[in-house]
Design a protein around this ligand. Structure first.
Ligand code: NAD
Ligand code: ZN
Length: 351
């Protein structure tokens, strides 16, 4: 089958690879109908973490959906032809962490991610087919009248954006600032609006992304106009936003988020920090009495909750899709998403 494989910094290729097969009785094999390129794939593409994230030749991608082509004899709730979404992290549903509703900490899989190299290595979703283990636990059926572009992001970036907003503890009337107007930040802005903030600011430097943020009710703050924390304080009578959502995943925006938030405010961060440590304005965070919440999203927990909100149009994830490419065009998809060319925001791939 055809799949997108990793070959080094800035080098992903469409290649012929072996078909996935059922291994455990609780597996399914999906025929993928849509997958996507995530900001987290870019960390691997950039060789962050010393290139240790993915092996050469590994199949990329953890955002995918599809139809069940084969189900193992131990699979109870799914049959051939069922159309399903799957969260990006691989979890068993039974270990201590899964039982504590922390599936992304799954002890059985060692915090594995599809197409990643944490814990056990699983094939990625930028492919024609994929093996999904623990299928009854991981797969959620999608209503027949729901389009792929409305359902797909429940498995990763919509759940992540929502969980970032929820972790911020936004209350009606609050002022919220979102760092990063990429796919995750934009969906964090949509999600933040569900909690009734008075104002939402979007911080980025990419103009066309800030324009879409405005359509989602956010006031743009361009990094090109200087220190974002100073701009946010100036726009809020000197006090700073009540809640800052960090959706970038680098030391600079994390620092700026801490500098921007008001005393006693909350910083909620979902950006992925690939390096083992980073600078942190600990004194400022301490004397500001701020609350900090960060981490990987337990998307498995959110898929079912958010699906009705998408159906009702209260969340509109498909609005961030800028490109729908054939799977074999993924190398171009990575390049434009990475370089912010051709007004790229979210790139979907069709096998
Ligand atoms: P992206 O790279 O398209 O978005 C990042 C955006 O941040 C870009 O638009 C960029 O211009 C902007 N940016 C860069 N520096 C900035 C700064 N100092 N201040 C404000 N904005 C700045 O990627 P994405 O798909 O939106 O993903 C964003 C982050 O979320 C990535 O780190 C990704 O790994 C992470 N992520 C985390 C989870 C999770 O479970 N926690 C899940 C999915 C994605
Ligand atoms: Zn992702």
């Amino acid at each position: 089958m055809n799949a997108i494989t990793f070959h080094g910094v800035g080098d992903v290729r469409a290649q012929d690879v072996p078909e996935p097969r059922l291994v455990d009785p609780t597996d399914v094999v999906l025929r993928i109908t849509t997958s996507a390129v995530c900001g987290s794939d870019l960390h691997q593409y950039h060789g962050r973490g010393g290139g240790a994230l993915v092996q050469t030749g590994a199949i990329m991608g953890h955002e995918f959906m599809g139809t069940v082509e084969e189900a193992g004899p131990g699979v109870q709730g799914l049959a051939r032809g069922d159309r399903v979404i799957v969260p990006f992290s691989v979890s068993c549903g039974r270990c201590e962490w899964c039982q504590r509703r922390l599936p992304s900490q799954c002890a059985t899989t060692g915090r594995a991610v599809f197409g990643g190299r944490f814990g056990h290595v699983w094939g990625g979703g930028q492919a024609e087919r994929i093996r999904v283990p623990f299928a009854d636990h991981l797969c959620d059926k999608v209503p027949a009248d729901m389009r792929d572009e409305d359902a797909l992001f429940l498995g990763d970036i919509l759940s992540t954006g929502y969980c970032c907003a929820e972790n911020g503890g936004i209350r009606p009337g609050d002022t919220v600032a979102v760092f990063g107007a990429g796919p995750v930040g934009l969906l964090a802005m949509q999600s933040a609006q569900l909690f009734g903030p008075a104002r939402v600011f979007a911080v980025d430097r990419v103009d066309y992304r800030l324009r879409l943020a405005e359509e989602f009710g956010a006031e743009p703050v361009s990094l090109d106009r200087g220190d974002p924390a100073a701009q946010l304080r100036a726009a809020t009578g000197g006090r700073g936003p009540d809640v800052v959502l960090e959706c970038v995943g680098h030391e600079t925006p994390f620092t700026q988020a801490i500098q921007a938030v008001r005393p006693g405010g909350t910083v909620s961060s979902v950006g992925v920090y690939v390096e083992p440590s980073m600078g942190f304005p600990a004194r400022e965070a301490f004397f500001k009495d701020l609350s900090l919440k960060m981490g990987i999203c337990n998307a498995r927990n959110y898929m079912g909750t958010l699906l009705p909100l998408v159906r009702l149009g209260k969340l509109a994830p498909a609005r961030i899709v800028s490109h729908t490419l054939a799977l074999k065009e993924a190398p171009r998809g990575y390049a434009i998403f990475d370089r912010k060319e051709d007004r790229a925001i979210k790139v979907m791939l069709k096998p």
